[in-house]
Design a protein around this ligand. Structure first.
Ligand code: SAM
Length: 284
């Protein structure tokens, strides 16, 4: 939109202050205003880099109202930067509503990429990185967390979670139970900071290690879990493929549902056809 300002979505460090880009610093200096998750926290960062740009709060509790005001300023021609406390805004952090509102108003939104804990962790974990899923934080309540993990137990892609240190052990123990003790997991803790730790082990071993070393239950952490693999010699159908099959079976003839499910999930058509037959038998 001509005449409107630009909303820059700027990544800040997740620990090591050297991890901010030259472009991020220039943008933060040049914009009229910085929308920050916690202005007191970000004021220290700006002070460190000698950036005098004014800060305004934009967090999960005021984001919708603040978003309207910020979009008005953007439309009036001011350029703004959005930052969060650490890493990339919107990634388990506020900013989604502001970005939506700005884009809906026709404002140009420009990413200024940089640190992101999940990507930093994945880049050094040594787990398959060609396909992965990011699950953010698991539910705090045990039953909801276990339900979520159960739904993910046959997910073939590398799984990435953020976790709070005081829940780390509980989550690992639930994973050990629901994913099995042998499944490989990597704990990436305090990335880019003094006590940076990247430890990979089977779930049973990592649980025991974390349980006996209280230091591992401090600081910030990312958990990366190897994706599910079909047991050797046995061709199985993942829970996700069966879910797709069930959805299609509700509306389509058996053969067509199996063929479509195969196309969507990549599972062999014959295997899904057999599953569909068994499901039909169970229903009759
Ligand atoms: N927006 C951030 C990003 O781009 O990664 C994430 C913000 S989220 C509120 C904070 C969580 O990210 C922490 O609880 C932790 O799981 C992960 N995290 C952030 N900094 C980290 C670090 N230095 N080392 C490991 N995990 C980190």
């Amino acid at each position: 939109m001509s005449g409107a300002g630009v909303l820059y979505v700027v990544a800040t460090p997740i620990g090591n202050l050297e991890d901010i880009s030259a472009r991020a610093l220039r943008v933060l200096r040049e914009v009229a205003l910085i929308a920050a998750e916690d202005t007191r926290h970000s004021a220290r960062l700006m002070q460190h880099f000698g950036i005098p740009t004014p800060l305004v709060a934009c967090h999960e509790h005021n984001e919708r109202d603040q978003g309207n005001r910020l979009v008005e300023r953007l439309l009036a021609g001011e350029s703004l930067a959005l930052i969060s406390d650490a890493g990339t805004p919107l990634i388990s952090d506020p900013g989604y509503h502001l970005v939506r509102q700005a884009r809906a108003a026709g404002v140009t939104v420009v990413p200024v990429p940089g640190s992101c804990a999940l990507i930093a962790a994945l880049s050094a974990a040594g787990l398959p990185s060609d396909r992965f899923i990011f699950e953010g934080f698991l539910p705090a309540r045990s039953s909801a967390r276990r339900q979520r993990l159960q739904a993910l137990s046959e997910e073939p892609r590398t799984l990435i979670f953020y976790e709070a240190p005081h829940r780390l052990l509980e989550s690992l123990e639930d994973m050990r139970e629901l994913f099995g003790p042998e499944r490989q997991v990597v704990l990436a803790r305090e990335l880019t900071k003094t006590f940076e730790t990247l430890k990979g082990a089977p779930l049973a071993e990592l649980c025991a290690w974390v349980a006996t070393d209280a230091n591992q239950q401090r600081g910030e952490c990312v958990l990366l879990v190897e994706g599910w693999q079909a047991p050797l010699g046995e061709e199985s159908v993942s829970a996700e493929a069966l879910r797709v099959l069930d959805l299609l079976l509700a509306d389509l003839p058996l053969k067509r549902a199996a063929a479509l499910a195969a196309e969507i999930t990549g599972v062999r058509k014959n295997l899904l056809y057999q599953q569909a037959l068994e499901r039909q038998k169970d229903r009759d």
